[in-house]
Structures are given as C-alpha cells and as structure tokens.
Design a protein around this ligand. Structure first.
Ligand code: ADP
Ligand code: AMP
Length: 217
C-alpha cells in the first residue's frame, strides 16, 4: 500500500503515521524527520535545510525531491510506504509521480487530515517529542503520564524549535500558499479522501484504516 498522508502542520500526520506503520508494517517516510536528523548530525543536507526550517519556509524542491527519490528506492519500500509531509508543492507532487512511475508504483490513497487553522497553533505549540524514540505527545491533548518523560522508553521530551507561535504562523501561510493547492491536484488524480482530524486520535486512526480497507477490498 502506497499511502500519502496530507494536512497542514500540526494536523496529526506524524501521530497517525505511527499507527499506520504498526497496522500495515510499512515504513513512514517523513521529510521533516529526515531533515531534523540531518540537522542534528550536521551533514551537508542538514546545513541546506536548517535555515529554512528555522524560518518556517520550505526546503528547496530539488533538495527535498532528491532525498525522497533515494528513500523510496530502498528495499523496505517495496511493499509500500506512508509518506508524511511530502509532497508539499505541486512541483514535488509532479516529481513524486515520475519517481513512482520509474519504480513501477502508484499511490493507493491520498488521505488528507482536515483540521481548521484555528486549532493548529495550539497543537504545534503544545507538541512534545521524545529525544530517544521520537514518540509525539501533546501537553493537553495527549499528555505523557509523567511530565517531560516518554511513556514508551523513559526518554526526555523536547519541544521543536519551530513549534512556537511566530514560526507556526509562517508555516501556516506557507501551507495555504504552496501546499493547499495539492488538494485539488489529488482530487483530479482521483485517489483522494478527507478525514476530520478534530476527532480524538483513536477515532482519526479508525477512519483512516476504514478508508484504506475499503480500497484494499
Ligand atoms: P503533524 O505531523 O501533522 O505536524 P503531529 O502528529 O505531530 O502533526 O501532531 C501535532 C500535535 O497535535 C501533537 O502534539 C499531537 O500529539 C497532537 N495531536 C495529533 N492528533 C491529535 C488529535 N486528533 N487531537 C488532538 N491533538 C492531536
Ligand atoms: P514537518 O516536520 O513536516 O513539520 O516539517 C518541518 C520543516 O521541514 C518544514 O517547516 C520545512 O522547513 C521542512 N520540510 C519538511 N518537509 C518538506 C517538504 N516536503 N518540502 C520542503 N520542506 C519540507
């Protein structure tokens, strides 16, 4: 199954991707996670991505498409994958189409997690992530049992540098301008479905899984 999870920053893509990884045993491919890892390691890629991420703007398409092309060619994607946070521009979507054609694949479903803008800043500012295993929490909507400690592995929780109100405003305006047009793009392709992301996390997962089962059968 080749799944694309779409939605504005803070909609719940990463949270849901983890659930779908468990359910379908296919890898999550998050360009945001890949860039954060590269920044942490101080690689060339990290140097290219850092300033854009801090400013809340998009990393240039040629850089982003390159890392996705390499990643999708890996053996563990043969049975499918969950793209999370890519594509974010129509140009990236067109490049993705070419990459998939080269690999003899196509998208099974594009799932758009719809959350209105007024909820997204609160979601991002309250997001906390485990330094060790990457699990995502929210101080109010999905709090860890013990403050600042991961339930899964006991790791330390941190707040992303770009999860502040000012950068989030920029990220949302970038979403409106560059990423929202993908909704019409994928509606035309005909594999598009929308899920209400304002529901509790488990209900969103249930709806996503139901849509995917309806495709499979
Ligand atoms: P994205 O990957 O789309 O940026 P995340 O999955 O990281 O979003 O979720 C953003 C924040 O919102 C996290 O703190 C997460 O715990 C929280 N969250 C995710 N889904 C929901 C939901 N359905 N209801 C309330 N909060 C949610
Ligand atoms: P995310 O973790 O998806 O919220 O992404 C964090 C940041 O990484 C974004 O604000 C961008 O700067 C960068 N980024 C992630 N995915 C992409 C993409 N597909 N295209 C361009 N930039 C991206």
């Amino acid at each position: 199954m080749q799944i694309l999870l779409m939605g504005p920053p803070g909609a719940g893509k990463g949270t849901q991707a983890v659930k779908l990884v468990e359910k379908f045993s296919i890898p999550q491919i998050s360009t945001g996670d890949m860039f954060r890892a590269a920044v942490k390691e101080g690689t060339e890629l990290g140097k290219k991505a850092k300033a854009c991420m801090e400013a809340g703007t998009l990393v240039p398409d040629e850089v982003t498409v390159g890392i996705v092309r390499e990643r999708l060619a890996k053996e563990d994607c043969k049975n499918g994958f969950i793209l999370d946070g890519f594509p974010r521009t129509v140009e990236q979507a067109e490049e993705l189409q070419k990459i998939l054609e080269e690999l003899g694949m196509s998208l099974t479903k594009v799932l758009n997690i719809h959350v209105p803008a007024e909820h997204l800043i609160e979601r991002a500012v309250g997001r906390r992530i485990c330094k060790t295993c990457g699990a995502t929490y929210h101080v109010k909507f999905n709090p860890p049992k013990s403050d600042k400690v991961c339930d899964n592995c006991g790791g330390q929780l941190y707040q992303r540098a770009d999860d502040n109100e000012e950068t989030m405003k920029k990220r949302l305006s970038v979403y409106e301008e560059s990423t929202r047009p993908l909704i019409d793009y994928y509606k035309k392709v005909g594999v598009y479905a929308e899920i209400d992301g304002r529901q509790p996390i488990e209900n969103v997962t249930e709806e996503l899984v139901n849509v995917l089962y309806s495709v499979k059968n």
